[in-house]
Design a protein around this ligand. Sequence first.
Ligand code: ATP
Ligand code: MG
Length: 223
Amino acid sequence: MPLRLGILGGTFDPIHLGHLRAAEEAMDILGLDGVKFVPAAVPPHKQTSNIVSFENRWRMLELAVAGNPRLSLSDIELRMPGKSYTVHSLRRTGEENPGAELFFLVGCDAFFDMNSWYDFREIFKLARIVVMCRPECGLEEILGFAVANVSGLYKTASETGQIRHPELHSIYKLLNTRLDISSTRVRELVAEGRSIRYLVPDSVWSYIGERGLYAGADGRPDF
Ligand code: ATP
Ligand code: MG
């Protein structure tokens, strides 16, 4: 049986339980052998000046995946020169894992933005796409986006949550537990001096506190 490998790219600034739970459910529902988290070294879509260092984001990822042998990290985007483009990372991951079946995990917000990504149509040739609800996305919307932007030959396959294509890989809508957690929200809470416990792993919560990451003015209301 070929290795079934999930790839979850992102800024992870910081990693939170929304990422981890979605990865867990993708492994569970789709029978994946593991998920690789691929932090972006230079995220093409984000203002780099506000992002904490790669080293800090990597360390938080290490803490978050510790104890789960099916979760791993990839420094592929650090090793490749220039901006981090998903298509390059996926191609390289395929080369480094010969014979593996790749499942590109993507939140629905990011999925609907894929038509702005560099060489995005290639992504649909390199990996199956797993769209994770966050908090809501419809199968028809996903189909509509793929038909409009990638190929008119995509079709839904009955009730399976799959969108199939005669040549390209399928797209799958993951019925994951929707957790409305974002890194933006975590950063805002820290900046306001509020608790992020139970939004991120305890080890990540401690790391952020010890390093003073994301800290800002204390915004606690005068009550
Ligand atoms: P930010 O708020 O800074 O954009 P984020 O929470 O969206 O951070 P990213 O690092 O941008 O985190 O996300 C990486 C990937 O994980 C994206 O595909 C995103 O859609 C997905 N993702 C993030 N949070 C969730 C969540 N709560 N549930 C499902 N998928 C998620
Ligand atoms: Mg995001």
